[in-house]
Design a protein around this ligand. Structure first.
Ligand SMILES: *Cc1c(COP(=O)(O)O)cnc(C)c1O
Ligand code: SF4
Length: 347
């Protein structure tokens, strides 16, 4: 297979030399859509930009932008992050809270939908703002587990002995400082029924420098088994630096999984999905979920029909070994787990 970096032609000079410190990289992300387009030689796309995306601004780390193909308006990475005026389209059935997160809240920043697992909204912040994100309208300022020094979240978890796994989500939990993460893990370490800590993060992909020595030491210090679920939707997102970040996570004892979202114009093609599975496995990560898009307002243009999704999934099964086939699921409010898509169950 051809490494993705070899066809990501001539990155802009501003993207190529990244500072070593992840916080600096985080701060220096592209936040002006026009600037990103100019860096990619695509300024002529400006009229297609969303009129006002201030409620969910564009945010793209330069190291991620450097993996985009220069001059390609259909680049699968660009398509995930560019706020197009398609977002301003209203569509019936696309909601602000598509998966019922509000009703699953049990303490400040704690969501409990499924048996044995508590999910913490660790922070509202992300290194990248994915335009299809189902939490793009979540009222983070009111509801973050870290905001109260983790206190109410930890109390809730300590009081419920059925919780064996704590999932850090967000936002992106690795957008927090390692010191802040250590505060939480110190408090969780005293709760005997918590056996696993799971971290859902896109940072190993979009900002691999985040997996620095301090983070590795923190991971190694944890008494629980650690699972890190990364999020890559296309093989081109994975370059050698992502491989290094994942190797570091694995060395620190974490099991690595990938979740992806099925997105029109990004990965709704059998070759793209096969390449993604092969490529994440190349860097020691197993495919976990392929999510049907949550119907969040502003993301209509990413939708893939259920019949298409099922067809793609059937073809994946016929092409790849079973362990490289992610589970095709959708989140349905009120169900006891993510729901596998199956024939005859279209919505
Ligand atoms: C998706 C999700 C989980 C994790 O589900 P798994 O099937 O175990 O990956 C847990 N809690 C909430 C609120 C979720 O949305
Ligand atoms: S990194 Fe995750 S939480 Fe953040 S915008 Fe992207 S999909 Fe949403």
């Amino acid at each position: 297979m051809i490494p993705a970096s070899s066809d990501a032609a001539q990155p802009d000079a501003a993207m190529a030399s990244a500072p070593a410190d992840w916080r600096q990289q985080f701060r220096q992300a592209f936040t002006d859509p026009l600037q990103l387009l100019q860096a990619l030689g695509l300024a002529h796309l400006a009229p297609q930009l969303s009129g006002d995306c201030s409620a969910f601004p564009m945010r793209v780390p330069r190291v991620f932008a450097a993996r985009m193909r220069h001059g390609d308006p259909n680049d699968p990475l660009l398509r995930q992050v560019l706020p197009l005026n398609d977002e301003d389209e209203f569509s019936a059935g696309y909601r602000l809270d598509p998966v019922g997160d509000h009703s699953a809240r049990t303490a400040k920043g704690v969501l409990q939908k499924y048996a044995g697992r508590a999910l913490l909204i660790a922070t509202g912040s992300c290194a990248v703002n994915c335009r299809y994100c189902f939490r793009r309208h979540y009222p983070y300022s009111e509801d973050i587990a870290a905001a109260a020094g983790w206190r109410s979240a930890v109390q809730q978890i300590a009081a419920d002995t059925s919780i064996s796994e704590v999932i850090l989500s967000g936002g992106d939990p690795l957008a927090l400082s390692t010191a802040k993460l250590a505060e939480l893990s110190n408090a969780l370490g005293d709760i005997p029924h918590v056996r696993r800590l799971r971290i859902h993060t896109r940072l190993p992909v979009v900002l691999p420098a985040r997996i620095d020595n301090a983070l590795r030491h923190w991971l190694q210090s944890l008494p629980q088994r650690v699972v890190v679920v990364i999020h890559a939707n296309h093989a081109q997102e994975i370059d050698p630096s992502v491989g290094v970040a994942c190797a570091r996570l694995r060395d620190a004892g974490a099991s690595l999984l990938n979740q992806a979202v099925l997105l029109r114009g990004v990965n709704d093609h059998i070759d793209a999905l096969c390449d993604l599975s092969e490529r994440v496995f190349d860097i020691g990560v197993l495919p976990y979920y392929l999510h049907q898009l949550d119907r969040v307002a502003g993301a209509t243009h990413y939708a893939v029909s259920d019949s298409n999704a099922l067809q793609l999934h059937a073809e994946l099964r016929s092409r790849l070994p079973g362990y490289l086939v992610p589970r095709l699921v959708r989140e349905i409010e009120g169900k006891a787990s993510k729901t596998p898509l199956s024939e005859g169950q279209f919505t």
